[in-house]
Design a protein around this ligand. Structure first.
Ligand SMILES: [Mn+2]
Length: 333
């Protein structure tokens, strides 16, 4: 029989969840089925419009991990921890109805209090199915650190010494649809350092580390720090994504950072705050509200505003106003 595992693509927790689910299914479920089981992997991405192609749900069993709920009758397993797990109220109702069913409630699981889907899956597997998660402690711990951005310090977030950090860099950057499906089975089979040493993985790292080092140098060159706020404009460079902790690595005393950057499809104003700041949280500015004024959004501690590429002047003007506002707040505190 074929089990298809659908997971959050280009995401460390997504890949770890797929791997952990597969090992769980192989050890705790498959032996009871009495037939040989094969596993296949399929990545899912957030996009406008329909998230799922029903025609992809071709397994005898189809599992979704670390991704939104689907009410499709083809989906036989689901695990998620995202606050926004249900696309529609109808999907939520469908899940709640399933929870009242003795069989279904042993197949679909949701808990938004978990930091990673990997640690949630491990908990359910261990407590409800007797799954032995002891050999997977390293994987579970790192899924929580990476998905929850719970790094000890700006150094550990930016210097990326740990194998899990290097794997995250590769997973988030890959454009090869074969890569993550090839990686998934290894994540619960060997230590992360050994996964990283596999030739098909190791060869991808050097160019990404170089790009990361260039981003650090560019931001170092451009960053202006004053009154608790860092501002940098790198919108004259095409930099598709950079590590968002770099500003606080350069200026650990900063409370906020505003970055103006450009990719092929947008000019972005990233408005963030230092996760390691000693500033009193009570006095901090709500960044979601700041971003909402310009049509952006996010959380209280980190937000962003996107402008279409031809509106980069407006992006620059908005960034200027926000920087002035946060520096003013910084002078008072
Ligand atoms: Mn996750």
């Amino acid at each position: 029989m074929r089990v298809r595992v659908f997971y959050h693509d280009k995401c460390f927790d997504g890949a770890c969840s797929a791997s952990l689910f597969t090992r769980f299914h192989r050890e705790c479920i498959a032996p009871g089925l009495g037939v040989p089981v094969e596993y296949e992997f399929h990545g899912l991405v957030h996009r406008a419009g329909a998230l799922f192609n029903e025609s992809d749900f071709t397994g005898d069993e189809n599992a979704i991990v670390d991704f939104k709920y689907s009410a499709s009758p083809q989906i036989t397993w689901w695990f998620d921890h995202h606050q926004s797990a249900f696309l529609t109220p109808a999907d939520h109702q469908h899940f709640l109805a399933c929870q009242r069913d003795a069989h279904c409630s042993r197949r679909k699981f949701f808990d938004p209090t978990y930091t990673s889907c990997t640690s949630f899956l491990a908990f359910i597997g261990e407590t409800q199915f007797g799954f032995d998660v002891k050999p997977l402690a390293e994987l579970i711990r790192w899924a929580d650190i990476v998905d929850g951005a719970k790094y000890e310090s700006p150094e550990s977030a930016v210097e990326m010494a740990a194998p899990a950090m290097k794997l995250t860099l590769i997973i988030e950057a890959t454009q090869d649809p074969e890569f993550i499906p090839r990686l998934i089975p290894l994540l619960t089979k060997m230590p992360l350092q050994q996964v990283l040493e596999q030739p098909f993985v190791a060869c991808l790292l050097p160019p990404l580390l170089e790009q990361h080092a260039r981003a650090i140098e560019l931001i170092r060159e451009r960053a202006e720090y004053r009154d608790g706020t860092i501002f940098f404009d790198i919108s004259d460079h095409q930099l598709e994504g950079f590590n968002k902790f770099i500003p606080y690595y350069l200026y650990p005393e900063a409370t906020y950072s505003i970055g103006l950057s450009k990719s092929s499809f947008r000019t972005k104003v990233a408005v963030g705050s230092n996760p390691w700041t000693r500033t009193d949280p009570e006095t901090m500015v709500n960044l979601a509200k700041v971003c909402e004024r310009y049509g952006g959004g996010g959380h209280a501690r980190v937000g962003a505003i996107s402008f279409s590429p031809e509106r980069s002047d407006e992006a620059r003007a908005a960034a200027k106003v926000i920087v002035a506002e946060l520096r003013e707040a910084g002078k008072k505190s």
